[in-house]
Ligand binder design. Structure first.
Ligand code: NAI
Ligand code: MG
Length: 367
């Protein structure tokens, strides 16, 4: 089949890194034994859309988001648009609106130790660390009704059973996948103080023990989890699952592990990941983007690390399209390229974005 991908380069280094990710997908499409091909629908998004259309995302682009099989985004924002517009009016409003209309409730952020990175953690501590942070992305304090007065403000932090069940199922499904080394879910909450955490803990427990007996489940208080993530990182090998607020914090903390933001991918899914590809497989809607931002300090120089964007494309193949082997091949090609000594500046090398991208494609051909 041909899958359609809404391609949103965005601002700053976004277009530079997504171009490399798209080139990797084009190469896969062109391969004689391709099981699927990819068609891109490129659109302006974020700051560049404000410049072009007066809004950070047009209704037509939102429609394309619903229609396309998956979305690949670079990053949005930059000093040019700072201050003037905030929230839904600013560049980041584009991401919030597109997430909302596509109902992608599960934010997947894998992290792992790269020997070539510059991890601030000691090598012997962090070696072998590989886990996924799964953040509930459509509920909790971020979306509850807000009161904002000069001398009083509140955010309603609430969860209902169905929201917790679906994210718990997602966590256990990911824990059973070969993407993590251990069949384990670590659920993080503050059940000692928050009612919304007590229902979280109870329903995660019920859902996983009943439906996924092969998955080990551990509950961890979110505050002490931060200390343990830095002192015993490999203890989290598996899937960390948390609500919107704690997941936001824990996923950024997990970004310390590789030592550069430039290599980390992420994705948001609207449903359980696709099973292994079979003819006629219906894709699962997903929204994929590197973890890093638009890096205005290095934009236009051609030195951005494209690995985060390329690995985001690999996540798309695995979770939206069930193309497990192709996703693994991209990840292997990235590792081979790093092992050969090529690096961008953020990893201590001097390769350009394009050099790294084409080396990854060359290695992919050999796999
Ligand atoms: P950032 O991630 O853009 O940059 C932080 C630092 O990491 C910078 O020194 C940058 O040069 C470096 N860096 C980031 N990605 C890199 C890559 N691929 N290769 C090499 N170096 C890389 O975060 P920052 O500076 O806080 O934000 C810059 C702009 O990006 C802001 O306007 C912010 O709102 C936006 N942003 C957008 C995001 C998105 O669209 N998903 C996420 C985070 C920030
Ligand atoms: Mg964050």
């Amino acid at each position: 089949p041909e899958y359609s991908i809404l391609l949103l380069g965005g601002d700053g280094i976004g277009p530079e890194v997504t171009a490399e990710a798209a080139a990797v997908l084009d190469q896969l499409s062109a391969s004689p034994n391709a099981r699927a091909t990819f068609k891109f629908v490129p659109r302006a998004f974020g700051g560049c859309s404000i410049d072009e259309h007066g809004v950070s995302v047009t209704e037509e682009t939102l429609e394309q988001g619903k229609k396309c099989d998956a979305i690949l985004m670079g990053a949005v924002g930059g000093p040019k648009w700072d201050g003037k517009r905030r929230g839904f009016e600013g560049p980041e409003g584009a991401t919030l609106r597109l997430r909302e209309v596509t109902d992608v409730y599960a934010n997947i952020r894998p992290t792992e130790y790269f020997p070539q990175g510059k991890s601030p953690l000691r090598e012997e501590l962090v070696r072998g660390t590989k886990y996924i942070v799964l953040r509930e992305n459509c509920g909790g304090a971020f979306y509850g009704p807000k009161v904002e007065e000069p001398d009083y403000a509140s955010d309603l932090w609430s969860y209902k059973r169905s929201e917790i069940e679906r994210i718990a199922r997602m966590a256990a499904t990911l824990a059973l996948s070969p993407a993590v080394p251990v069949k384990k879910v670590i659920s993080c909450d503050k059940a000692n103080v928050l009612a919304s955490s007590r229902i979280w803990r109870r329903i995660v427990e019920e859902t996983i023990t009943k439906e996924f007996p092969d998955v080990e489940l551990v509950h961890q208080l979110a505050d002490s989890a931060t200390t343990l993530m830095m002192t015993k990182p490999s203890m989290f090998n598996g899937v960390i699952v948390a609500d919107n607020t704690f997941g936001d914090i824990l996923s950024d903390l997990a970004a310390v592990i590789p030592g550069t933001l430039g290599v980390l991918p992420s994705g948001c899914l609207a449903d359980l990941p696709a099973p292994a590809w079979t003819p006629g497989l219906k894709p699962v809607k997903g929204f994929f983007e590197p973890v890093h931002g638009s890096a205005p300090d290095i934009a236009g120089q051609g030195i951005a690390n494209p690995i985060g964007a390329i690995l985001s494309a690999a996540l798309m193949l695995r979770y939206s399209f069930g193309l497990f082997e192709e996703a693994k091949a991209i990840e292997d090609a990235v590792n081979l390229t790093l092992e050969s000594g090529l690096r961008t500046k953020d990893m201590g090398g001097s390769s350009s974005t394009k050099e790294l991208g084409s080396a990854i494609r060359e290695n992919l051909k050999k796999l």
